[in-house]
Design a protein around this ligand. Structure first.
Ligand code: 5AD
Ligand code: SF4
Length: 458
């Protein structure tokens, strides 16, 4: 009789910091470790292996990792006293940027691996179990991890992420991404379409295409031609059972006319776009090496709204970039007033080692950054509230993703990504249904279902 050896069950805890790309990568790390017997657990205390998938975009994000590592050291030592092991890995952009520094600061870390080497994780785990001393791999290997990672295992649920592009060649003055994620890389069409079909088969009804510069994506098609993002969106729109498509994060420089037009022509393309502008001042935009002016951004927003009148926009802002003067900040406020955002993320400029802006003179004082951030966030909050308020009383379609916090409730997302809860049966989860928005809260909505009878038998 032949016996199939089943690896012993081991427990894996992954903590993800930062962007959606990291959320996607964490899923792929879980996939790559599954054949070794690792299954997910809810807390680090229970885990045999803990991975911190890190973000380096701002100083605070990196510091959080080191404070987590301090807490994990205590857990690891307590386990060792009971004769148990806890493999500790630091992955992602802090790992890429800091490399050996992590092990110098936290010698209890076993594995350090950059975002491009996740496919080598099983080998590193095996080596970490055998050898003393940390395993470090922050290469930008010639083989791509996408070819070597197994097909995604776990169903991501009704809303799924699909990385189509990674890295960045734009070198904004303030940003670490070109250094931590490397040069722009686009996955080929066939791999993306295969993954999209698998996600839909696994229950995805919304796919968000991910990339640091997602609209710079240009992939090789099976016939040898090169497609841009617009062509890919039309192809995805042909898939059955995929009522929603999004893409994030886009750069204003790569918002071409065809892509803007697609927003009017592809109903599955959701009427919500995250388009970082960073500043409303041409002088600062130039210092940031953004390659676009304030006017160009405003024109893109206008054209998007012309193509799709219910379009809502979100953006990223940085206040206090080196050299930013009061009049530059005023220009940012003017741009915000002019465009009107449904959602926005705003940050104080943070000096990132190795980036051009970090070494520039005229760094803005912390107190001034605080003041500017408060002023900007107050305006953005007013706009976000006004947008959510404008939804009250309106009908819209919600994709239900899971149970709500209270019994009998279901949770989902509107086309504009607002979290929404409604009273309704669990059978709604995994599909879309029409609702009327009843109340707005600071960061979510409540709604009542329409056509309940029809839905109950659907
Ligand atoms: N300081 C502050 N914010 C930053 N971001 C990127 N780098 C920095 C930095 N050094 C912000 C940008 C970007 C978002 C993901 O993070 O607004 O769009
Ligand atoms: Fe960073 Fe600029 Fe590239 Fe965006 S476009 S990832 S902000 S360098």
């Amino acid at each position: 009789m032949t016996s199939v050896s089943v690896p012993p069950r081991k427990r894996l805890y992954i903590r993800t910091f930062g962007c959606q790309m990291n959320v996607y990568d964490s899923g792929r790390m879980a996939d790559v470790l599954a054949p070794l017997g690792y299954g997910p657990v809810e807390t680090p205390e229970e885990a045999d292996m803990v991975i911190l998938n890190t973000c380096h975009i701002r100083e605070k994000a990196a510091e959080k990792v080191f404070s987590d590592l301090g807490r994990l050291r205590v857990m690891k030592e307590a386990k060792a006293e009971q004769g148990q092991q806890m493999v500790l890995a630091v992955a992602g952009c802090v790992a890429q940027a800091e490399g050996k520094e992590i092990v110098t600061r936290a010698p209890w870390v076993d594995i350090v691996l950059g975002p491009q080497t996740y496919h080598r994780l099983p080998e590193m785990v095996a080596r970490a179990a055998r050898a003393a001393g940390a395993q470090i791999d922050t290469d930008f290997p010639v083989e791509t991890k996408f070819d070597l990672l197994p097909a995604p295992q776990a169903s991501q649920g009704p809303i799924a992420f699909l990385t189509i592009q990674e890295g960045c060649d734009k070198f904004c003055s303030f940003c670490v991404v070109p250094y931590t994620r490397g040069a722009e890389f686009s996955r080929p069409v066939a791999a993306i379409m295969a993954e999209a079909k698998a996600l839909v088969a696994g229950g995805a009804r919304e796919i968000a295409l991910l990339g640091q510069n997602v609209n710079a994506w240009h992939g090789e098609a099976p016939d040898g031609s090169t497609w841009g993002l617009t062509r890919l969106l039309y192809a995805l729109a042909e898939l059955e059972n995929l009522p929603r498509i999004r893409y994030t994060t886009s750069h204003p420089r790569d918002m071409d006319a065809g892509l803007i037009r697609a927003h009017g022509e592809i109903p599955q393309l959701m009427p919500f776009l995250h388009l970082p502008v960073q500043s409303g001042s041409d002088r600062v935009l130039e210092a940031m090496n953004r390659g676009h002016k304030a006017d160009m951004f405003i024109r893109i927003c206008d054209e998007l709204r012309e193509a799709r009148p219910d379009m809502a926009l979100s953006s990223d802002f940085i206040v206090g970039h080196p050299g930013e003067k009061p009049e530059d900040h005023a220009a940012t406020m003017t741009l915000v007033e002019r465009v009107g955002f449904a959602l926005a993320y705003s940050f104080k400029y943070s000096q990132r080692p190795g980036t051009p802006a970090a070494g520039q003179p005229f760094q803005v004082a912390e107190a001034i950054k605080d003041e500017r951030l408060q002023e900007l966030q107050a305006l953005l909050r007013i706009q976000q509230d006004a947008f959510n308020e404008s939804c009250v009383g309106q009908e819209c379609e919600v994709l239900f993703t899971g149970p709500g916090r209270h019994p009998g409730q279901v949770m989902g997302r509107t086309p504009w990504l607002q979290p929404v809860h409604a009273l309704g049966p669990a059978s709604l989860i995994g599909g879309t249904a029409r609702v009327r928005v009843a109340v707005r809260f600071p960061n979510s909505l409540s709604a009542t279902l329409l056509d309940q009878k029809e839905l109950a038998c659907a």
